[in-house]
Design a protein around this ligand. Structure first.
Ligand SMILES: NC(=O)c1ccc[n+]([C@@H]2O[C@H](COP(=O)([O-])OP(=O)(O)OC[C@H]3O[C@@H](n4cnc5c(N)ncnc54)[C@H](O)[C@@H]3O)[C@@H](O)[C@H]2O)c1
Length: 410
């Protein structure tokens, strides 16, 4: 490796842009290549990179496989839509590259299992875009729970947005049409089912159609369920570490639009999970009695954290944890991130595990994938978290890894 980590960025849309700017501002790395299947996004990325370094060195690619095959990269940063995480990530891992990849880890549960396997087999460093773990607010919350202020947690509530958010500004009622000039739409659809081009399920709004995304549930599970698991990850309370944690049973209800609608992802959902050691975990849209964020409840009180702040049944919990952290007196002190992207670059150099490695991200999203399958089948699922298998339900098991459109495969 050079003294600077050499990086290629794949996908330059709503989240690819802040990821790229974060990398450009880290002195220990250099972005030397980028890839996007939309020529206008690719041109914008190259302009931003070359403008920042005041050079003409950055090379752009339509095909991420050509970027990975350059041979001079140490790492990639993947900010493509959810249906385009698994294949670039596994290709990069097999090529010996380290990976920053956006949440949710994968579009299907089976893809997540394959991604964990590829990263572990190749000994790669992985950071997920679940950046809340790099924020003091969420660290304090997880520390309060892990240090036992609530006692043994019996119930966790994870509140995520419901409905759909029009990030693309298209609404959901435009007719099918021709893709914009410069877009390789066949490549953009990639491993998903070929559907006619519709602007309402393209850039940014692809997340509201199950062909390419997973709706609000999967858009947010890698944030608040990830934090909920982080708090639970204290073996002293009989819980598994957050790279092994998982439900034993999952049942769910959801309100789905017509499956032929352009936006067809669930607008309301409620997933009830039984975790080991008698912990009930409920994941639901936050319009129906579950507060946004992660809430832990134990015999000694409760604590809820979201991007809006942190609240506890006893505000002393928060004051005390902050004071003890300052003095270095906490029994369980979680790692204080220097910044989410910085931590990734530091780990690429040091080979130290990141705050959100692939195994952790996979476990954080698993109840969401299982909840979706439980809601569609209408059945309670039994989950073997060690073997990562649905027990005794062939139809539900098949839904873990629906086929990919040829020639794409993992
Ligand atoms: N961490 C966060 O807070 C956060 C916030 C928003 C989005 N995200 C995640 O970031 C990812 C991207 O979401 P977005 O909202 O930026 O989407 P987007 O539609 O705005 O951008 C995606 C980009 O990827 C490109 N692309 C698609 N397929 C490609 C391929 N095969 N190769 C190269 N480029 C390809 C598109 O052309 C587009 O430029 C998603 O997984 C999303 O969940 C994370």
């Amino acid at each position: 490796m050079n003294d600077k980590v050499q990086i290629g960025c794949i996908g330059f849309g709503m989240q690819g842009a802040p990821n790229l700017y974060a990398l450009l501002n880290i002195p220990g790395c250099r972005v030397v290549a980028c890839a996007d299947v939309d020529a206008s996004h690719l041109t914008a990325a190259i302009k931003a990179i070359n403008g920042h370094y005041q050079s003409q060195d950055c090379k752009g690619y339509k095909d991420f496989r050509d970027l990975i095959a350059r041979g001079d990269l140490d790492a990639v940063c993947i900010s493509t839509p959810d249906h385009w995480h698994a294949i670039p990530a596994i290709t990069a891992a097999n090529a010996g590259l380290d990976i920053f990849c956006e949440k949710p880890l994968s579009h299907t549960l089976g893809e997540g299992i394959a991604m964990v396997d590829a990263v572990q087999r190749n000994g790669r460093i992985w950071q997920t875009g679940s950046w809340q773990r790099s924020q003091g607010l969420f660290r304090w919350a997880a520390q309060i729970v892990q240090n036992g202020y609530l006692g043994k947690v019996t119930r966790v509530e994870v509140g995520l947005p419901g409905g759909h958010s029009d990030f693309g500004g298209t609404g959901n009622a435009l007719p099918d049409g021709a893709p914009p000039a410069g877009v390789d739409y066949d490549f953009w659809i990639g491993p998903s089912k070929m559907l006619p081009f519709n602007p309402c399920r393209f850039h940014r709004n692809w997340r509201w159609n199950y062909n390419t995304g997973g709706g609000q549930l999967m858009d947010w599970i890698g944030h608040h369920c990830d934090i909920a698991h982080w708090g639970l990850a204290n073996p002293e309370f009989g819980c598994r570490p957050d790279d092994e944690i998982g439900p034993l049973e999952v049942s769910a209800t959801a309100k789905f639009p017509n499956q032929g609608d352009v936006w067809n992802t669930a607008t309301e959902f409620r997933i009830e999970c039984k975790y080991p050691n008698d912990v009930d975990v409920v994941i639901a849209d936050d319009d129906h009695g579950i507060a946004s964020g992660a809430k832990w409840i134990g015999p000694n009180g409760w604590l809820v954290v979201s991007r809006g702040g942190i609240q506890a049944s006893n505000p002393d919990f928060i004051r005390e944890i902050q004071a003890k952290e300052k003095k270095g007196e906490l029994k369980i002190q979680l790692y204080k991130s220097p910044g989410h992207m910085q931590e990734f670059i530091d780990s690429v150099k040091s080979r130290k595990r990141t705050l959100t490695p692939v195994e952790v991200a996979h476990r954080s999203q698993t109840p969401g994938h299982l909840g979706y399958i439980a809601a569609v089948t209408g059945r309670k699922l039994k989950w073997d978290a060690a073997r990562q298998q649905i027990i005794g339900d062939a139809e539900a098991s098949k839904m873990m890894l629906p086929g990919m459109r040829a020639p794409w495969h993992i």
